[in-house]
Design a protein around this ligand. Structure first.
Ligand code: ADP
Ligand code: MG
Length: 237
């Protein structure tokens, strides 16, 4: 409708390829979309965010609906919280399995940053986040099993998969983060290998990137037919 279209234009948000839900302009509106009060309170009083960034305005409601999303917005515009807020909501509480949420990042440093954001957002809630690396996975299986949020680089995860140290059949939400960089760094074969292990019947994949060059588009289309495209700023899709 016209109001929603006007709001999108005002915030520089473009959507195509699917039906996007109305955007939110304030975190408080998330309460009506099923986001728990503690999470909204944490955004506002814990993290002291005034309100959602444009990518968060549109991506959070879309992901909460279960949509497969390809999202682009400039570096530093809050893409991490754009997927963390809906995904923590969707997994509801801490669980027993390994990596219901799996985030693949191009570098270890970016992976650590995502984990830090996850820890800030969960606050005192007992969700468990893990960086997938040698130290965390060298010491037997016990530590491997109970992880709600696993964040990894492609090479590390492929190595663990080949060694039979982890399985990805419990992954319900797969995030390819900084996808342009993942492809620039030549990780396409590793991504294919990781994807072939994500066999959950209701897997919700999503892709976040600063830019959407053709190779990223192709990657997105290979893992999710007819995704919803959300882009903020220059529409480079
Ligand atoms: P991107 O992935 O788009 O490059 P990040 O997710 O790394 O950006 O976020 C950049 C910074 O902005 C982080 O420090 C993050 O905590 C902060 N941030 C995220 N969302 C908001 C918000 N709604 N208001 C203020 N700061 C935010
Ligand atoms: Mg990012």
């Amino acid at each position: 409708d016209d109001t929603v279209r006007h709001l999108r234009r005002q915030h520089g948000i473009h959507v195509h390829g699917g039906t996007a839900p109305p955007l939110i302009e304030q975190f408080d509106e998330l309460r009506h979309l099923g986001v728990p009060d503690w999470l909204v309170d944490n955004l506002r009083t814990g993290l002291k965010y005034d309100g959602p960034t444009p990518i968060q305005m549109q991506a959070i409601p879309a992901l909460l609906e279960g949509q497969k999303v390809i999202a682009s917005a400039p570096t530093g515009s809050g893409k991490t919280m754009a997927f963390l807020v809906p995904l923590i909501t969707l997994i509801k509480g801490p669980g027993k399995g390994f990596a219901r949420i799996l985030v693949v990042c191009p570098t270890r440093e970016l992976a650590q940053q995502s984990l830090r954001e996850f820890d800030r957002l969960r606050g005192s809630r007992k969700f468990r986040g893990r960086l997938v690396d040698k130290i965390n996975f060298g010491s037997g299986d016990e530590g491997v099993r109970r992880v709600d949020f696993a964040v990894t680089t492609p090479l590390k995860l492929v190595q663990l998969l080949r060694d039979g140290k982890v399985t990805l059949d419990g992954v319900q939400y797969l995030v390819l983060d900084e996808a342009d960089k993942l492809l620039d760094m030549g990780f396409s074969p590793q991504l294919d290998e990781i994807l072939s292990h994500c066999t959950h019947p209701s897997l919700q994949p999503m892709l976040f990137s600063a830019t959407i060059p053709p190779a990223v588009l192709q990657l997105a289309e290979s893992i999710m037919p007819a995704p919803l495209h959300i882009s903020v700023g220059v529409d480079n899709a």
